[in-house]
Structure formats: C-alpha cells, structure tokens
Ligand binder design. Structure first.
Ligand code: NAD
Ligand code: UGA
Length: 447
C-alpha cells in the first residue's frame, strides 16, 4: 500500500518531533499533525524560536518541512478522512480517579481518538499506537473502531516511541531500533510493511523489528521500567556510599566498565523525572496486579519507591544543614526541568524537592534557562496547591542566573551546563543534586 497522507493526532513532545522527522525524510508524504489545543497549534505555526517544544535540532527540521509537507492544525475530522495512515500520539497519564487511580494509565484521550477515527473515516485506515499503552490496548481500540464504524477496515499497529527528550531529533535520526507490532493476518502484515517502508527511508532494515502487537506494547513499558530500574539501583547505592566513604561516581564507573552491564544510565541524581518513567512503571505494576502477579508488581513498585526516597533524602540534607529550620533562609533553586536540554518540567524532581523546602519555611529564588515562568507558576499552584502571588516574596522566579546570587545556599536540580561553574566566590554551599558542580564547596549525592 502506498501511503500519501498521514494524520497524527497529538502535537506534543512525541507527535511534533516524530512527524517533523518523518516529513523531512519522506518528502513524498503529506503529514498533518492535529491537536485539540488551539494555542499549541498556533505555537507550532508561530515563530521558530517559540515552538511549544524545546528540543535541540527541532527548529531546523521544522524550518525545512513546515508548510512544505508538514502541517499543523485543529482540523481533526478533515485530516482523519483524507489520511491512509493515522498515528495516535496523545497523552496517557496516570489515572487520577476511578478504578486503578494513581496507577493505571488513563486511556480517555486514546479512546476519544479512536471514536474520532471511527466517526470521520470513510475509507480503510492503518491506525498506529504511538502513545505508550498498557499491553492489550489494541484490543480495546479495535472494539471501539469496529463497533462505531462498520464500513471501513481498520488495521491496528503498535509502534511505540523510544526517543528521550533533549535528544529527540538525534534519537529519531539514529534510532537503536524501530519496533512495529502487527496482526498475523495478511492485511495485518500488509499494514506492517506499509509502515516499514516509511521508516526504511532512513532507518537500516536490520534495526526495524517486527513483532506481534502484544510484544510491541509490552516492550515499551518494559524498556522504560528497565531504564528507570538502573537509576533507582544506582541511587539506592548512593545512600550506602554516603555512609561508608565509597564514592558513587567511582562506583558507577567501575560497575559500568563491565561490558555486560554497560556505562549508560548509571548517573546518580536527585531522582528521575519526566512524564513517562513513573507513570509507565505504575502502569506495569497495575497490570501485574490485575493478572494476580503480586510479587512481580511489588518488585517493580520498589523502583518508584526508591525514586521518591531519593528526592526526600536530598531535601532532608538541606534541612539538616540548617539544623531543621529553614525559616528566613533564601534558597536558590537551579533548574526546574526534569533534565537538561528540555523545557519540560513534568514530574521533575525539582518540583518535589523545592516543595519540601518551601513547606519547611524557606524562601525560594527559582531559575531555569528554558522552562517558562508561567509553567513554573502552574506547577506550583497545581502540585503544591500554593497560590503563587509573589506578594510576600517567598517565591521569586528570576530570568537570569546572576539574580540568584544573593541566596544563602544553591540547590542544583537540573544538570544545565551553566550551573557547573556557579558560586565562584566559594563562600556559599551548593547542594548538588546532579553531581555536576566544579566548585569545592558543595554537598553532593553519594559522596
Ligand atoms: P503531550 O502531552 O506533550 O502531547 C499530547 C497532545 O495530545 C496534547 O497536545 C493534547 O492536547 C493532545 N490531545 C489529547 N487528546 C486529544 C484528542 N482527543 N484529540 C486531539 N488532540 C488530543 O504528550 P507526549 O509527551 O507527546 O506523550 C504522548 C505519548 O507518547 C504518551 O503516551 C507518552 O507516554 C508517550 N511517549 C512520550 C515520550 C516523551 O519523551 N515525552 C517519549 C516516548 C513516548
Ligand atoms: C525516557 C527514555 O529514556 C526514552 O527511551 C523513552 O522513550 C521516554 O522516557 C518515554 O517513554 O517518555 P526521557 O524521560 O525523555 O526518556 O529522558 P531520560 O533521558 O530517560 O531521563 C529520565 C530521567 O532520568 C531524567 O530526570 C534524568 O535526569 C534521569 N536520569 C537519567 C538519571 O537520573 N540518571 C541517568 O543515568 C539517566
């Protein structure tokens, strides 16, 4: 099947970058990225330095493809109708209410996409799960599609995304693997081949792995769980290093030099953040419980528990430094993003650590080079449930690193390059949640 028109539902951190790279590599295909959020679509169509997603290399790709064969709009119905292939790249957060609240994935956005696809499809479609989903979701989607549209044939594929924020474009250009799960039937395999032929425009054939749908869905959750497990493992050992005089960076290096283990993802930190690791592991835990595998559920749950412990442990170090009283202390919070090179703060360790410091009486001076002030305010108001009125000056959000220098102590929470050399007067203490500071006057993790 020759694909000429693609529609992607969801113009977020995955939909925007992945479709821009497909558009760049496949100039013969027209790609329409649609979203229900008009402001986001306006930003994708707006100035190149104000795209809704900050990602190194993204603006260059958008400049080459936007309005050539890549289009952003809110015309969901029209673009579903004309596409032969539809990617679903909507958010799948942790459920906040109902059965499985706090653990299971909230599939309402995926279900609403499926209903839209059923409603507006007048010809056969290949429907692709790009979002991260619990294993066997394709079954659910198929049910919605087939019960709400009896004319059209839908083939459902799973094609999870493995990009990491901050390196998304690089990851998309040179993926370790592209995973495509499809049905064993003849039409299923034809759909798989249609997607293989798109990726083949730039991904070597041996890196395109085809599996059944369930393996593909589960491989995504399992990959994230394994990656996060490495961070929780190294972070748990950082606590032991602090008690024994071992040095966590030396330990990481020594462990990682065993090529059976490998050196990546062994960097200790104040805890992993981001919109996916925690939600995907909790989702895996929920699935295991659902299938009665309580021991397996508990095993994976521990990865999230250690992550929470690491954030609390780090905040406690700051509190202990001031003998338990932070009232009247001004603390510079350096970094709000969950990692460097992204403007994304979802589930960032910075949010939790600074909440604990604030609720123990500290005044905060917050600085991040890429996260917008309105995002920080929104995180504070929605997650801490604190009104951010700036009146009593207990929370200040500043737009220059230099504007934090009058603090009592610095707390590094994101590994931005510009934080490595701060505080050269060597008077003030730096609590280094990322072990990046080149200053001697610092309190690190695992040392
Ligand atoms: P996001 O929140 O940045 O974007 C999702 C977009 O979908 C939003 O703009 C929202 O307005 C839109 N949307 C939701 N429901 C819609 C509907 N019914 N119709 C039209 N638009 C709708 O989310 P994201 O970070 O891009 O993640 C999307 C999925 O990809 C998630 O399942 C996530 O787990 C997975 N994933 C994310 C990353 C990452 O690095 N962020 C990496 C791999 C996989
Ligand atoms: C992660 C995975 O790396 C991607 O493969 C996956 O596609 C994505 O989740 C997803 O499904 O959303 P991402 O969360 O964007 O990507 O970023 P990572 O580089 O994995 O970092 C996650 C968190 O772990 C960050 O807070 C980072 O600072 C922390 N981290 C990472 C460490 O603390 N130590 C490390 O050694 C590596």
């Amino acid at each position: 099947m020759k694909i000429k028109n693609i529609c992607c539902i969801g113009a977020g951190y995955v939909g925007g970058p992945t479709m821009s790279v497909i558009a760049l590599k496949c100039p013969h295909i027209n790609i329409n990225v649609v979203d229900a959020n008009q402001d986001k679509i306006n930003a994708w169509n707006g100035p190149i330095d104000k795209l809704p997603v900050f990602e190194p290399g993204l603006s260059e790709v958008i400049e080459k493809t936007r309005n050539r064969n890549l289009f952003f709009s809110t015309n969901i119905d029209e673009n579903i109708e004309k596409a032969e292939m539809i990617f679903m790249a909507v958010n799948t957060p942790t459920k906040t209410e109902g059965e499985g609240a706090g653990m299971a994935a909230d599939l309402r956005y995926i279900e609403s996409c499926a209903r839209d696809i059923a409603k507006y499809s007048k010809s056969d479609k290949i429907v692709i799960e790009k979002s991260t989903l619990p294993v066997r979701t394709a079954e659910k989607i198929k049910k919605i599609l087939n019960s709400e549209n009896k004319i059209v044939n839908f083939e459902i594929l799973s094609n999870p995304e493995f990009l990491a924020e901050g390196t998304a474009i690089e990851d998309l250009f040179k993926s370790d693997r592209v995973l495509i799960g499809g049905d064993d039937s003849e039409t299923g395999q034809r759909a798989v081949q249609a997607l293989v032929s798109i990726y083949s425009n730039w991904i070597p054939k041996e890196k395109i792995l085809t599996t059944n749908v369930w393996s593909s869905e589960l491989a995504k959750l399992a990959s994230n769980a394994m990656l996060a497990q490495r961070i929780s493992s190294i972070n748990s050992l950082s606590a032991l290093c602090e008690k024994t005089g071992a040095n966590i960076d030396e330990l990481s290096k020594a462990i990682g030099m065993d090529h059976r283990i490998g050196s990546k993802f062994l960097k200790t930190s104040v805890g992993f953040g981001g919109s996916c690791f925690q939600k995907d592991i909790l989702n895996l835990v929920y699935l295991c419980k659902y299938y009665g595998l309580n021991e397996v559920a508990e095993y994976w749950h521990q990865v999230v528990k250690i992550n929470n412990y690491q954030k609390e442990r780090f905040a406690q170090k700051v509190i202990d430094h001031f003998d338990g009283t932070l009232t009247g202390k001004k603390i510079a919070i350096l970094g709000w993003a969950f990692k460097a090179k992204t403007n994304d703060s979802r589930e960032s360790a910075a949010i939790k650590v600074s909440e604990t410091l604030f609720k123990n009486g500290a005044s905060l001076l917050i600085y991040d080079p890429k996260v917008q002030k309105k995002t920080i305010v929104n995180d504070i108001e929605s997650i801490w449930e604190v009104k951010c009125d700036f009146q009593d000056r207990r929370i200040e959000i500043v737009d220059k690193l230099a504007n934090t220098y009058h603090c009592d102590v610095f707390v590094i929470l994101t590994e931005w390059e510009e934080f490595k050399k701060i505080n050269l007067d060597r008077e003030k203490i730096i609590f280094d949640g990322r072990n990046i500071s080149e200053n001697k006057n610092k309190i690190s993790i695992g040392k």
